[in-house]
Design a protein around this ligand. Structure first.
Ligand SMILES: Cc1cc2nc3c(=O)[nH]c(=O)nc-3n(C[C@H](O)[C@H](O)[C@H](O)COP(=O)(O)O)c2cc1C
Length: 173
């Protein structure tokens, strides 16, 4: 299994998850891609069978700006992610932005799963408090959200539990 970790972040908070994933899955630093600095081409995403895709949320539930054109291109060019395993993560603020908490995860989910990828790492929505999120898919949250502004004390445990879940789901798949 070759794993690529992609992260769109402004302040580096989402990179905390990316770095924990890299450590736990033994991913080389070359395969941890900061979208703003290291990403040039969609081909980079297609190199991997397993993709951990991260973005903090901005504006009104938007992805980090480094993802915007990538998502548009995947859709407009009908890029095929069939058979690839994907998991989504990112930082948000469930108090100040409770009307769109971590919605970027939902936007990533819609594009990649729409392009045929197989999602793993969904967690019960009741793990969070918010009014609305595009990351909510039925009763589940479509990946790992962290909230360093209001629930920093939960972050390490959330990351650890999510990594355990990913390892089980990827092994089973
Ligand atoms: C202008 C602005 C808009 C934001 N919009 C959202 C939002 O819609 N939803 C959300 O969950 N967080 C929102 N946030 C909070 C950021 O996502 C949060 O600070 C996060 O920790 C940043 O992570 P990063 O350091 O990985 O970029 C917003 C923050 C700012 C300053």
């Amino acid at each position: 299994m070759n794993v690529g970790i992609f992260c769109g972040t402004a302040g580096g908070t989402s990179m905390k998850i990316a770095n924990s994933l890299a450590k736990s899955f033994g991913v080389n630093q070359d395969d941890v891609i900061n979208m703003e600095d290291d990403f040039d081409d969609i081909e980079q995403l297609l190199e991997y069978n397993v993709l951990f895709l991260g973005s903090s949320t901005w504006g009104q539930g938007d992805v980090h700006h480094s993802w915007v054109d990538v998502l548009l291109d995947i859709e407009s060019e009908n890029i095929d992610f069939s058979g690839k395993i994907v998991a989504f993560y990112g930082a948000g603020d469930s108090v100040k932005h409770k009307e769109h908490f971590c919605s970027a995860l939902g936007k990533l989910y819609d594009v990649f799963v729409g392009a045929g990828a197989i999602p793993v790492g969904m967690i019960p929505k009741d793990n969070y408090n918010y009014q609305f999120s595009l990351a909510q898919k039925g009763e589940m949250f479509c990946g790992l959200g962290i909230d360093e502004h209001n629930e920093a004390e939960k972050t390490n445990q959330r990351i650890e539990e999510w990594i355990k879940l990913l390892k089980n789901e990827i092994k089973e798949g």
